[in-house]
Design a protein around this ligand. Structure first.
Ligand code: SAM
Length: 248
């Protein structure tokens, strides 16, 4: 997926070219998505539908800040699914990081989370959000210790990661059902960028070879299990299932 790279007034044009080099992004004037460097942050926008939500990563304020302060904490389904209990805070590899929301929830609860993301635009957005989070006086100190990003494909990276984590977490894109009007605007922009993760079934086996305690796969409630392999247990919510597998 190509993007048009641009800078808003007041943003540092030099920083945009450094960013383009780092993530190997070549600006495509015909692209439907724009990666925009504003004075505050990096944003992804749909060029012809400015009303569709811009995508950026903000661990400090916004939804994620709110979720950290007032969210379900240890009661969140993802926390139960990875097995947080008492003083047990597993070391997690999030092999499909996306915008880092699930990883951040776990890190905020005290887990060390190593994120892996293969899409360079998503990785650039995530990295931008991480740098701002690292500089924040309130969350920066623990965020630097607990949440890190590796850019690459988990299909290969899972075979090389050391030390082994207790948990590998997988949440690849899964096609939405017909009721697409209900799919949030931001999610539509994100799907336009990332597309379908058609090769996601290939992640289960390396994940099961890497994790020492469990593998968690987030699925919409209507989706069959990953690679059609039944899970040993699941944590369910209104719309999702967190399938739990044992290591191989
Ligand atoms: C649905 S999103 C994950 C959302 C994430 N759990 C969150 O809370 O923000 C799926 C992400 O996984 C990434 N992905 C899919 N397959 C991958 C792979 N083999 N290696 C690394 N990233 C992958 C996609 O690029 C996409 O950004």
């Amino acid at each position: 997926m190509s993007v048009f790279l641009t800078c808003e007034e007041g943003a540092d044009a030099g920083a945009l070219s450094i960013l383009a080099d780092r993530w190997k992004l070549i600006s495509d004037p015909d692209a439907i998505m724009a990666l925009v460097l504003t004075p505050e942050r990096l944003e992804l926008r749909k060029r012809d539908e400015p009303k569709l939500g811009a995508i950026y990563v903000d661990f400090v304020g916004g939804t994620m800040g709110h979720r950290r302060r007032f969210g379900g904490g240890r009661g969140e389904a993802v926390a139960k699914a990875v097995g947080i209990k008492g003083s047990y805070l597993p070391d997690v590899v999030d092999a499909t990081a996306g915008l880092g929301r699930d990883a951040f929830v776990l890190a905020a609860l005290g887990c060390r989370v190593r994120m892996i993301e293969r899409n360079p635009v998503v990785a650039a957005l995530l990295d931008d959000g991480l740098s701002r989070g690292y500089r924040d006086v309130e969350i920066g100190p623990w965020l630097q210790e607990r949440l890190t990003l590796l850019h690459g494909s988990s299909l290969t990276a899972l075979g090389e990661i050391t030390p082994r984590p207790q948990v590998v977490y997988l949440d690849p894109m899964y096609p939405h059902r017909q009721k697409s009007a209900l799919v949030k605007k931001e999610m539509r922009v994100f799907q336009g960028l990332v597309g379908a993760d058609d090769d996601a079934d290939g992640l289960l086996e390396p994940a099961r070879r890497l994790a020492t305690k469990r593998i968690v796969v987030k699925r919409p409630d209507y989706a069959p299990p990953m690679a059609d392999i039944p899970a040993q247990a699941a944590v369910t919510t209104k719309s999702h299932r967190f399938d739990i597998y044992t290591p191989l």
